[in-house]
Every structure is written in C-alpha cells, then in structure tokens.
Design a protein around this ligand. Structure first.
Ligand SMILES: [Zn+2]
Length: 162
C-alpha cells in the first residue's frame, strides 16, 4: 500500500495525526536505476501529519534499507538511510499538489523525494575502503617502492609549512 491519508479525517480533527508504517519497495523504490544500489526494505515512516492552510505538513523520521555493492571493492553490503528531521509540505492545490482520490491523498511521493536525495553517489562499504587492488601484498610493496622514488605527501606538507 502507498502511504495515503484520509483528508476528511484531517479536516475534521484539529489535532495532528501521528502515523507510523511502511511503504513496500515496489511502491517507492523501483525507480532507482543504479548498478550498485537497490532498495531492499520497506520505507518506514513515523510522522506527525498536520493540515495547514496551504497543505499537509509532514514531520518526523524516515528510514529505508538498501543492498549496495561497494564502488571500490565490489563487496556487497547493507546501507540504511535515515532521515531524522524530515519535513515536507504537500500542497493541496497548484503545481506538485497532492494526488487525491476521493477522500484520500497519496503522500508517498513526498517521502520518496527525500529518500532519493539522501542516496550516496558512490556507495562505499566503509568510508576508508581502499578497494581491491591494494589488498594484494605484491601490489602493496610496489606502491611503497614507487612512493619512495617521488615526493611523498609528507614532503608536500613540509613545503606548505615553509
Ligand atoms: Zn569497499
């Protein structure tokens, strides 16, 4: 099920609604075309939903889970995207307005957008991943030898200090 709210209920109720639930991958994640990343878990939302004069205000937390391949070492790993202070306004009219069907408005696109924006451009199994090539010891020694011949990063730093 997409994330839909009963707009009439929001109209009648002056209190904001507290909503928590999951949007399955097929409802939010299938547009991700990336050879290194795919959504593997439902998009979980925990939100305050409040009707404002100019739209529906959503505030809360979003989490989504992906299976990725590291861009450097090709290892498969899980990545969790978490947005702690998510906030979006779903306009009721005009451009980009909430899609309404009878009493229900579909809020899924407003959650999706921020999750997609939070995706890494290059997924890495860990920030300091050095990739496959340098793991081989023969390669390591060659790199060290090469580094000894030319100026080292430390030399460059020394020059900066002068
Ligand atoms: Zn890696």
């Amino acid at each position: 099920m997409p994330f839909r709210v009963n707009l009439r209920l929001l109209d009648e109720d002056e209190e904001a609604l507290q909503l928590e639930g999951d949007v399955p991958v097929e409802e939010y994640g299938t547009d991700l075309v990336d050879p290194l990343m795919r959504f593997a878990e439902p998009l979980h939302y925990k939100l305050t939903v409040d009707k404002q004069p100019d739209g529906i205000l959503l505030q809360g937390t979003l989490t989504a889970g992906l299976v990725c391949e590291c861009a450097r070492c090709l290892k498969s790993f899980k990545l969790e995207i978490k947005i702690d202070s998510f906030a979006a306004l779903a306009p009721l009219t005009g451009e980009g307005a909430l899609v309404q069907e009878e009493d229900f408005g579909d809020l899924t696109p407003f959650l999706r957008e921020d999750i997609y924006l939070a995706l890494p451009t290059n997924p890495l199994c860990k920030p300091e991943c050095r990739g496959l090539a340098r793991k081989a010891s023969t390669r390591d020694s060659r790199l060290e030898a090469a580094a000894g011949e030319g100026p080292t990063p430390w030399a460059a730093l020394d020059q900066l200090k002068l």
